[in-house]
Write a protein that binds this ligand. Structure first.
Ligand code: CMC
Length: 392
């Protein structure tokens, strides 16, 4: 037992067994419950995908109807939850509001604290799926100073979210079907990605048998970081910076290669994918499609494509097997849809939620699951005598 293996960043350590998502990083393969991501993105919807991830099988028509109905019934936030937003400063980052409010939900659903109460666990999952878009839309409303709108239960999941985000009282609003479809697809592509940083966080927190709200709130915070989901905001800020600096791609790439100020090409590279990120392939095409169907010509899209081409032809990126990841093109689509950059990672969180729930449930249901408790290699002073304060 004195034998501890060091694996910084868990590059080679499997922390669990899981039947949810399969990735082959060498071949660029991603499957949810055995179904190729390309087929799911082409034929499925986000709620079907959520059902598949959480329950393991594609829903029948009636199972999907029930699932959708139940989610729809839980979209409302308790009026007291809305008061949390009064306390946040106007320029609060929406990811901070998202994780705080999700954590606060556990104060409203105290029956959910026992992770082995199956009915409560089922309800917590439904509540989270139903309420996260409402929580996200209110974070946006807070930032622009507009009134919060109640959910409209006659609308679909994505349409309802778009309406709560972009509609203002007294003005009619109808979400663009192109936007609804595209956002639904993007959410599917973010649905799960096995043991990434945020999902591992959800599992680690949940392994102490903390409730689902507490665990997923921690996952949201992990997702926020710029090396993880926060990269989608960073990509857009990077593209804008390059444009403002005169559009000199070579100068930027050289800066990255020389690791000046630790600058990275955001939206490039992945711990597991070493030949391509299959999600990025689908998204690049969607970016092109959506922007042209919405009639938006985006010079940042051209810049992104040139940057990608330039990087893929450069030894620095080739040698390190760095390719565009899921975050490289998403921001351009979100921007065309009207979301401010700060909301990009929130959209990632809405998409990743079914994955977090599925992993939390899989772990809690595993009779062999143990509390997550990594070991360490101690590098400090071995032993010394305490010096009294007067003698230091
Ligand atoms: N730009 C420039 N150099 C890079 C990049 C990049 N985006 N990514 C990795 N490298 C270099 C890194 O400097 C290192 O070079 P060297 O051997 O000379 O020190 C080498 O490639 C290996 O990098 P690493 O940091 O050891 O790789 P990792 O597996 O620990 O990190 C990563 C994976 C995704 C954090 C990293 O590629 C990165 O920081 N990318 C930019 C942020 C990003 O786009 N994140 C989104 C990831 S996909 C979706 C998600 O998880 O949210």
């Amino acid at each position: 037992t004195g034998l501890v293996t060091y694996d910084g960043g868990f590059v080679n350590t499997a922390a669990c067994k899981s039947a949810i998502t399969f990735i082959d990083g060498e071949e660029g393969v991603l499957r949810y419950r055995g179904y190729p991501i390309e087929q799911i993105a082409e034929q499925g919807t986000f709620l079907e995908t959520a059902y598949l991830l959480i329950y393991g099988e594609l829903p029948s028509v009636s199972a999907l109807d029930n699932f959708r109905d139940e989610i729809t019934q839980h979209t409302l936030l308790h009026e007291d939850v809305k008061r949390f937003y009064d306390g946040f400063p106007r320029d609060a980052h929406p990811m901070a509001m998202l994780s705080s409010v999700v954590s606060a939900l556990s104060t409203f659903y105290q029956d959910s604290h026992n992770p082995f109460d199956e009915e409560q666990v089922r309800l917590s999952a439904i509540r989270l799926l139903a309420k996260l878009p409402t929580i996200a839309a209110y974070a946006f409303k807070k930032s622009v100073g507009q009134p919060m709108l109640y959910p409209d239960n006659s609308l679909g999941y994505v349409e309802n979210f778009l309406r709560m985000t972009f509609a203002v009282p007294a003005e009619s609003y109808k979400a663009d079907p192109v936007v609804v479809d595209a956002l639904d697809k993007l959410l599917i592509l973010h649905g799960d990605h096995e043991q990434n940083c945020s999902t591992s966080t959800v599992r680690l927190v949940g392994s102490s048998q903390a409730n689902m709200f507490a665990s997923i709130s921690a996952g949201i915070n992990a997702l926020w970081g710029p090396l993880h989901g926060g990269a989608n905001q960073q990509v857009l800020e990077m593209l804008e910076q390059i444009k403002n600096d005169g559009g000199d791609i070579d100068a930027f790439v050289n800066k990255v290669k020389n690791k000046e100020d630790g600058v990275r090409l955001m939206g490039f590279g992945h711990r597991v994918y070493k030949s391509r990120d299959p999600r990025a392939t689908i998204i690049k095409k969607a970016a092109d499609d959506v922007l042209s169907r919405m009639g938006k010509k985006d010079e940042l899209l051209d810049l992104a494509m040139q940057l990608e081409e330039r990087a893929l032809a450069d030894d620095y990126f080739v040698e390190r097997k760095l390719y565009p990841n899921v975050d490289f093109y998403t921001g351009l689509i979100y921007r065309a849809m009207g979301f401010p950059t700060e909301m990009f990672t929130v959209l990632f969180a809405i998409g990743r939620l079914p994955g977090w729930i599925a992993h939390w449930q899989e772990m809690i249901a595993d009779p062999k699951a143990k509390i997550g408790r990594p070991r360490q290699v101690y590098t400090g002073v071995a032993l010394r005598d305490y010096t009294p304060i007067g003698a230091r």
